[in-house]
Design a protein around this ligand. Structure first.
Ligand code: MG
Length: 159
């Protein structure tokens, strides 16, 4: 069996009055992410982790923000496309682990919904989808509520 791992990282700026999407879930918030797509920074980092497993570059390369095709797109569709690539290459997802750094709102109540939303797209059970959230204790750009930072790791294995 061939096993591969990858990591992904993404940042989006916060702005008042925009919808906040994280991990495929609409989060009630006064602020949302500035982006060409729906701004789901957690899914973007996850896509990059999966692409990283296969050394296929990043989602900016696959879905350029200069293209109208991806304007305002639901990032779950981008994830579906990336998972399809993983399958085409002869692999399936083993597990993923996502860490979201956001000062507010608190995400604890939404973590399970994110896992339940992402698992079927990834083709795995919920216990293979980890989502963790932290504040940065008011330090840095995350702490000043200027943006959100996400790290993701993925493991894929040959089918
Ligand atoms: Mg992004």
């Amino acid at each position: 069996m061939d096993i591969r791992t990858g990591n992904g990282y993404d940042v989006h700026a916060l702005k008042e009055g925009l919808p906040m999407w994280l991990g495929g879930v609409r989060i009630p918030s006064d602020t949302g992410f500035v982006a060409h797509s729906d701004g789901d920074v957690a899914i973007h980092a996850l896509c990059d982790a999966l692409l990283g497993c296969l050394a296929l570059g990043d989602i900016g390369h696959l879905f350029p923000d200069t293209s109208d095709e991806w304007k305002g797109i639901d990032s779950k569709i981008l994830l579906e496309k990336v998972v399809a690539i993983v399958h085409e290459k002869g692999y399936k997802v083993g597990n993923v682990d996502i860490t979201i750094a956001l000062q507010k709102p608190k995400l604890a109540l939404h973590i399970l919904t994110m896992r339940q939303t992402l698992a079927p797209i990834l083709g795995v059970e919920e216990d293979r989808v980890s989502v963790k959230a932290t504040t940065t204790e008011r330090l840095g750009f995350v702490g000043r509520c200027e943006g959100c930072e996400v790290w993701a790791n993925a493991l894929i294995m040959s089918e």
